[in-house]
Write a new protein. Structure first.
Length: 343
């Protein structure tokens, strides 16, 4: 059951992980578009206080808790029409060192959110995932991949549910918390060499506003279990570093190669070849519908399934590659970069 823009605007929306980069941007979009109420659920009281002061809007309601604790989620869900599930442990290296923590937040916590949203009568819930969930090689990607499976299993097992659960996947969000761009800016401003992992490493590039558009698209168009991906350009890490330096007036920055960190891949994929085979191209987006086949194994063993496509993944090395000038142009669309440059 999809919703209309008007329904989304004139509604109560809950955001888990609401004090993060995505949550703050989504809250701003919702408030500006006339949301009735936005429930911010997170575990960091300092960030909540900072956000409360920044917005100074009584339509924002703050709920302190942790997705690991189902009882703390319930108050934020009460009365909510829609839920954006953004709470997660997202740093690849820290999840490598503490995978059990990633399991508790990204897997068990997501299961708690879905169950509490259902109890509260939520109409639609969108779970935010990551390109690292595709062919995952690190704990963060593995736990987010299982989060996706939990969301989709709900749609398989509760076909008659009034709540639509869908998933969105996106790549690196520029200037979000943990992004490499603020690091490059700081290094340039301090006259330090730019530290990059591997100059040929590629990543998708999208803005926070793009990620918000993707999630809103899912709310407006999702069928139960759908997975949505927004098409995005990519660049090498070296091109990104040189583009940041150039905008700050340094055309030939000193670059120091430090090697890849724990759990990093040379390229990230937003869709696997198996998903591409099932995906529908919707202009700016790909939609991968839920595989809603049942556990009737004889259907598989006796009749077989359609042949798996031999198409390639949709990854950061075969998407549109941005030149130095194109990367600079994209960076100039970021409010944070324009503020630094006084534009």
């Amino acid at each position: 059951m999809s919703v209309t823009t008007m329904e989304l605007t004139d509604s109560v929306v809950a955001i888990t992980g609401g004090t993060g980069s995505f949550g703050g941007t989504m809250a701003r979009h919702l408030i500006e578009s006339g949301a009735k109420q936005v429930n911010i659920f997170s575990r960091d009281e300092a960030k909540q206080d900072e956000m409360r002061r920044k917005f100074a809007d009584e339509r924002l309601k703050f709920f302190l808790g942790d997705v690991r604790d189902a009882s703390s989620i319930a108050p934020a869900m009460r009365g909510a029409d829609y839920v954006f599930h953004a709470a997660a442990l997202k740093q690849v290296p820290s999840c490598e060192f503490f995978p059990q923590q990633a399991v508790q937040t990204n897997i068990n916590g997501s299961d708690n959110v879905i169950k509490e949203a259902e109890k509260a009568g939520v109409k639609s819930l969108v779970c935010l995932s990551t390109d690292k969930a595709v062919y995952p090689v690190n704990a963060m990607g593995m736990t987010k991949a299982l989060m996706e499976k939990i969301a989709q299993s709900y749609s398989r097992n509760f076909e008659d549910s009034d709540m639509t659960v869908s998933v969105t996947r996106y790549g690196n969000v520029m200037y979000s918390r943990g992004s490499v761009i603020p690091l490059f800016v700081s290094q340039i401003q301090n006259g330090e060499p730019l530290t990059i992992t591997d100059p040929k490493m590629t990543r998708f590039l999208m803005s926070l506003d793009d990620s918000v558009d993707l999630v809103k698209h899912a709310f407006l168009h999702a069928n139960p279990g759908d997975l949505f991906v927004k098409k995005a350009p990519g660049s090498t890490v070296e091109v990104l570093a040189r583009a940041v330096a150039s905008l700050l007036g340094v055309e030939d920055p000193e670059i120091r190669i430090i090697g890849s960190r724990h759990g990093e891949k040379p390229h990230e994929a937003l869709l696997s070849s198996e998903e591409i085979a099932k995906a529908s191209d919707e202009g700016e987006y790909f939609r991968v519908p839920l595989d809603a086949r049942s556990l009737q194994y004889e259907l598989y063993f006796d009749q077989g399934a359609q042949e798996v496509s031999r198409s390639i993944d949709y990854d950061s090395s075969n998407t549109k590659q941005l030149s130095l000038d194109e990367t600079k142009e994209l960076l100039l669309k970021l409010p944070e970069m324009r503020k630094i440059l006084g534009r």
